[in-house]
Design a protein around this ligand. Sequence first.
Ligand code: SF4
Length: 454
Amino acid sequence: MKTLHANLSKEFLSHRKDADWHNDTLWFLRKKRDYAKDQLREWEQLRQAASEIKRHTLSRLPHYLEKFEQQASQNGMKVKWAWDGQEVNVLVTKILRENNVTSVVKSKSMLTEECGLNHHLEKQGFEVVDTDLGERIVQLRQEQPSHIVVPAVHLRKEEVGKTFHQFLNTEVGNSDPSYLAEEARNSLRRDFIKAEAAVTGVNFGIATNGSVVVCTNEGNADLGVHSKKVIIHCMGIEKILPGLKELSVFTRLLARSAVGQPITIYTSHYKNPRQYTKEYIIIVNNLRTEIYKDEGFREALKCIRCGACMNTCPVYRRSGGHSYHHTVPGPIGSVLAPFYNKEKNKDLPFASTLCGSCNHVCPVKIDLAGLLYKWRQKLTKETSQAVEKTLGFKASTELLKNKTVYKMAGKCARLKISSFVLKSSYNPWNKGRKFTDLPKETFREWYKRSNHEE
Ligand code: SF4
């Protein structure tokens, strides 16, 4: 039996060297994270504080959102609400049309990925350029990001060189990272000058002063916001924090957890629109209230999208982000995905070893392994199951229930022909594993032979 995730992983793993490189690259980030957290003696206290702040904020979410809206509006921001992805797309289109805008520069935002904003805007005739380098690479290749922090981590520099040669006319065969970065910079500068509006994601929304905080390492969000007269910030409802004091806990955790940096290079607070500019904040739900309503899974909304759970996950590292067939991959993506489509994404909570490494690194202490386990139980009851799996479990139940049948099955398995089948490629468990030789005698036989009584 093959799930969609397993099939997509197979394709990824068929390029063995690239798959090994992917694994090593992410493990390198995980080690950097470990080193960075070891520099702070108060790391565990910070994690605890972050977890409690998030839990508190979620318990009063409507209150903080209303406060945020009120403060931001007072500051001169135009605050809008969007119920779902479609409404976000329609709102952004409307704002751009009202302001006679035809081209947009966008900084990285998983929320707008989730809503399919680029696709929608392009269909409506707008030109959209992603300005985060990794996002730009995947945009040129018409791919989805494979990681929420490093969107092009599935690509090696040679592939980037080829892509840039094709779309940016760089030298053929030149994959020197400095050269490619310089060419990307030149091309993006032209896009920044040309565009008439900027769209950004939001890392944190501050309820007490109504500001939005955007973290980037390339300063691309700032270039857009500071050079355009129409600016749109798209913020998920879960991004809200009570105040700046609480924010300080998260800015210390975010970059360290993500890539082992002490802080994100550009941590910008946007509070008041400049003169003659229009600055919008769209507060987006898109099924977050469904997660919020479900107390068993509510803590998934604590996520600050640092990507640490992906960097450490042995399944993510070896199967690649695209195998998750959902905007957010890895452990947290697998917890969120069934809320968006239970039937289609029912395989994702099973794409985990449940080793708990994700719990160990999560800066807001989400019990990811526990939530994945909870989903497995729910999805088995609530979605259609593969016939092979259902029959397999029924047969094993009968087998394990009955001592005589169990003994006979053991004997049969030891026969040459069945042992051959068990070790052959007809047995799906043998894919990527080696079936061990069955012992010549059973435990019971050995027990008897060793002069013990049965
Ligand atoms: S679940 Fe935790 S570790 Fe994973 S991205 Fe979210 S905050 Fe980071």
